[in-house]
Design a protein around this ligand. Structure first.
Ligand code: AVJ
Length: 332
């Protein structure tokens, strides 16, 4: 039987705009009005920021993406073989679904068709990558969800015809602190049945040198990515930040297990943000905390999993042992 055309194998669910979280303007007013100053990292990913992040993934210093891809290249078949019935593949924060192709191919060697449910906030990227996947894999059916993780999970909870693999790759868990990671894993757990599995990419603790370089590369791409947050305030909120008066920094805090990204004011200065009708004062050396990237030991992975009623049943590492892929199952 011929496969239906790509268009007939694609559905897109757009999240309710009223379910929207805090707007950029509200977050900026709140974060720059606080002491110490901070901005939520999710605002780093506008169109410009997403492009810069793709460049980060190709940097020689940023080992994460390559290490994870390497694991999938060698282990995707083994991961798919964890299911003894045709499974569904879901992905939180799917982006370009680049690495996911390896999982899709592994499942399609074992089952005649595959339903893939990517969840991402960027609708245009979802559409684009879905079209490319559907053209390449005739046995694929895609139900894309454009929205926050929460919407995706609500919809995934209803997918119970067979077992599902929920992939959460790229060490995106790293943006949560330990308690937040446990809480979010528990939300995912709530959308799982006993036969479902969660595949989580988690970056591991390593030397300060390797970590600080990964987040402050020689070519300055990560600095541009971070400074884009100020550029975005200028673009969207008529801000008057002079980007060269702020410095990007990345500092490894060993006890917490996190790399802290900040923008440090190079001098005492006052910056107007006209759309907010306010000015923000900076002391020389004052920082805006923009992102945390948490790194894990095996014990820490087991702890956050257990706190969410999940157990680590399999783990795969890349040859340099920099990065881990973890298969989590509902705890018995
Ligand atoms: C997208 C959260 C996985 O923490 O490595 C990379 C974000 N920020 N370089 C990471 C990021 C600066 C990235 N995550």
């Amino acid at each position: 039987m011929p496969s239906p055309s790509p268009a007939r194998r694609y559905t897109l669910l757009e999240s309710d705009p009223h379910a929207q979280r805090v707007t950029f303007a509200e977050a900026v007013a709140e974060g720059l009005g606080s002491e110490p100053k901070s901005l939520p990292c999710r605002f780093l990913y506008d169109e410009v920021g997403s492009k810069l992040f793709e460049q980060i993934c190709r940097l020689p210093e940023y080992y994460l993406t390559r290490a994870e891809r390497r694991i999938l290249e060698t282990r995707a078949d083994e991961i798919a073989a964890c299911f003894d019935e045709p499974a569904l593949l879901a992905e939180l924060g799917s982006g370009s679904s680049d690495k996911t192709r390896l999982l899709i191919e592994a499942f399609l060697k074992r089952q005649p068709r595959l339903r893939y449910v990517p969840v991402d906030i960027a609708r245009s990227i979802l559409d684009e990558s879905a079209q490319a996947l559907l053209a390449d894999y005739r046995e694929l059916e895609i139900h894309a969800i454009a929205g926050e993780y929460e919407q995706g999970l609500a919809s995934l909870r209803r997918e119970t015809r067979g077992p599902k693999l929920i992939a959460w790759l790229g060490s995106n868990i790293g943006n949560f602190d330990r308690a937040g990671a446990a809480r979010f894993l528990a939300r995912i757990r709530d959308a799982m049945t006993r036969r479902d599995r969660l595949l989580v990419g988690i970056d591991l603790r390593k030397s300060r040198r390797a970590l600080e370089r990964a987040y402050d590369d020689a070519s300055g791409v990560t600095a541009r990515f971070n400074l884009n947050l100020l550029a975005r305030i200028n673009r969207e909120l008529a801000g008057e930040f002079e980007l060269d008066r702020f410095e990007h920094t990345a500092v490894w805090h060993e006890p917490d297990g996190r790399v802290e990204l900040s923008l440090v004011s190079r001098a005492a200065q006052t910056v107007a943000i006209r759309a907010l009708d306010r000015v923000v004062r900076f002391r020389a050396g004052e920082r805006i905390h923009t992102e945390d990237s948490f790194k894990y030991s095996f014990a820490e992975i087991a702890e956050v999993a257990a706190a969410a009623d999940l157990a680590v049943t399999r783990r795969w590492l890349d040859p340099t042992r920099a990065f881990s892929l973890n298969l989590l199952s509902p705890a018995p």
